[in-house]
Write a protein that binds this ligand. Structure first.
Ligand SMILES: C[S@@+](CC[C@H](N)C(=O)[O-])C[C@H]1O[C@@H](n2cnc3c(N)ncnc32)[C@H](O)[C@@H]1O
Ligand code: SF4
Length: 441
């Protein structure tokens, strides 16, 4: 483990835990639309099976109850559009958006009918890479498809409880080969530093990826929110972070001959590939239960209760239930995190947005990251060094850990409702769906 890892993580944990509090209370008002088209994130909170390591907001797909949620998602998009929001880039994530192709098609047709869209990115799983779904996705204008693979190692897939549902490493490879070339950018999501994973296993994963030559690879470190650690350890085993840096260095070393870093953990085969949505634009709107938005310097969260979310939208509101206005320094730090995660922060961009105050307010962070050797200050931009790529991987994963802790807290408030989705064969007496995320606050 490099010398800076422990102190850096200690500082990040404290800072990000504070950043993920939403003190502004229940919010109903719509944010003001930004002057330019922004990004739209659509959260589809359904999966056929639930992976134990996943801390995203998702429930088991139920074909009889899901249509109400999909209807609410489309109405929420209409509401933002009517309020003046325009969307240039669309990212449909989850969950598993391809779980119901009729509903996904309806969402994409709606968005494309409302305003011109440049890029559409959709997340999926390997067993959904069939000719029928791929044709629908292409017809709907999807130009980036992101497939969750995690690993090609059958033992690790079993530990992750993905082998039965999504297939063996060999089956996944076949599905990917079928999909390649049918969508402009095919991205593969992988996870490293999994419990039980060795460097030799990682090497075999890298061999597979290089042989397949997929357009883009996103390699996430396993991120476990402190609240989810016990559940993950029970199903997958204890996580050891001692080798995380070695794993990361091996990934960069092996991919660099054929791939360019598009972010600290996303590697693309050429220019013109569509990258992860987080780094592209300043403002983004998230629709769907459990989505986040960042508009006009404030962060918003939509209700995690699917029932409450539907009721809000049915009553003419957005699904927003929480808001946090960011102060100037918080916005600068968010920019510093997100822009440098993409590799560089241009001086022109900084001066335009903040003037000289950026250098003053951000002096401690700028000095600390330079001292670590994570950044290089050029005439036109601040850039990440190779060491910086690992630092930013740590920073982003700590940021997501804080987001995941917030998700766990919100989901903790609606346990009965989640049970009613996740064990449909034996619903608890009275179903007992809660009406809000704030019931136990
Ligand atoms: C939330 S899933 C949605 C798409 C699809 N359902 C899937 O499984 O890929 C997107 C990706 O997030 C990543 N992911 C989920 N939980 C993670 C965790 N705890 N740590 C690191 N990456 C994670 C996985 O690589 C996964 O493929
Ligand atoms: S990793 Fe993907 S398939 Fe598994 S629970 Fe999370 S969203 Fe669903």
């Amino acid at each position: 483990m490099p010398w800076f890892e422990k102190p850096l993580i200690a500082v990040l944990r404290r800072e990000y835990a504070a950043a993920m509090r939403f003190p502004d209370g229940v919010v109903r008002s719509l944010p003001e639309p930004p002057p330019n088209p922004c990004q739209l994130y659509v959260h589809v909170p359904f999966c056929e099976v639930l992976c134990p390591f996943c801390t995203f907001h998702r429930v088991r797909f139920c074909p009889t109850r899901a249509p109400r949620v999909f209807q609410a998602i489309r109405n929420e998009i209409r509401l933002y559009h009517a309020a003046g929001f325009r969307f240039a880039d669309v990212y449909v994530g989850g969950g598993t958006p391809t779980v119901d192709m009729t509903e996904l098609r309806a969402i994409l047709e709606l968005v494309r009918g409302l305003s011109p869209v440049r890029t559409i990115s959709v997340e999926t799983n390997p067993d959904h890479l069939d000719p029928g779904r791929l044709t629908v996705l292409r017809d709907c204008g999807v130009n980036r498809l992101s497939v969750g693979v995690q690993s090609f190692d059958d033992g690790l897939l079993r530990r992750m409880e993905r082998y039965e549902k999504y297939g063996s490493g060999a089956a996944i490879r076949e599905h990917l080969a079928l999909a390649q070339g049918r969508i402009a950018t095919l991205n593969v999501d992988m996870i490293f530093n999994l419990p039980g994973q060795t460097l030799a296993m990682l090497d075999r994963d890298l061999d597979e990826l290089l042989e397949l030559g997929v357009d883009q690879v996103s390699f996430y470190p396993l991120m476990i929110a402190p609240t989810a650690r016990r559940k993950v350890e029970r199903t997958m085993g204890a996580q050891d972070t001692a080798d995380r840096h070695r794993f990361y260095e091996r990934i960069v070393e092996r991919l660099q001959s054929r791939y360019q870093p598009a972010s600290a953990w996303c590697f693309s085969r050429g220019d013109g590939m569509i990258d992860e949505y987080i780094i592209d634009q300043e403002d983004y709107v998230g629709v769907g239960s459990g989505a986040f938005s960042f508009v006009g310097g404030a962060m918003y969260a939509t209700s995690f209760s699917l029932n409450h979310y539907c009721r809000l939208v049915e009553n003419g509101h957005t699904g927003i239930s929480e808001r946090r206005a960011l102060g100037l320094r918080e916005r600068m730090r968010y920019d510093f995190l997100v822009r440098l995660f993409g590799g560089e922060l241009s001086r022109e961009n900084i001066e335009q947005r903040y003037g000289r105050s950026f250098w003053l307010y951000m002096a401690p962070e700028l000095a600390a990251m330079r001292l670590i050797g994570a950044t290089r200050h050029d005439r036109d931009a601040i850039r990440l060094t190779r060491r910086g790529m690992y630092c930013w991987t740590l920073m982003m994963s700590e940021f997501f850990n804080a987001v995941n802790a917030f998700r766990e807290q919100m989901r903790g408030n609606i346990r009965i409702e989640l049970e009613s989705w996740n064990t449909p064969a034996t619903p608890p007496p009275g179903t007992g769906e809660t009406d809000s995320n704030r019931v136990t606050k």
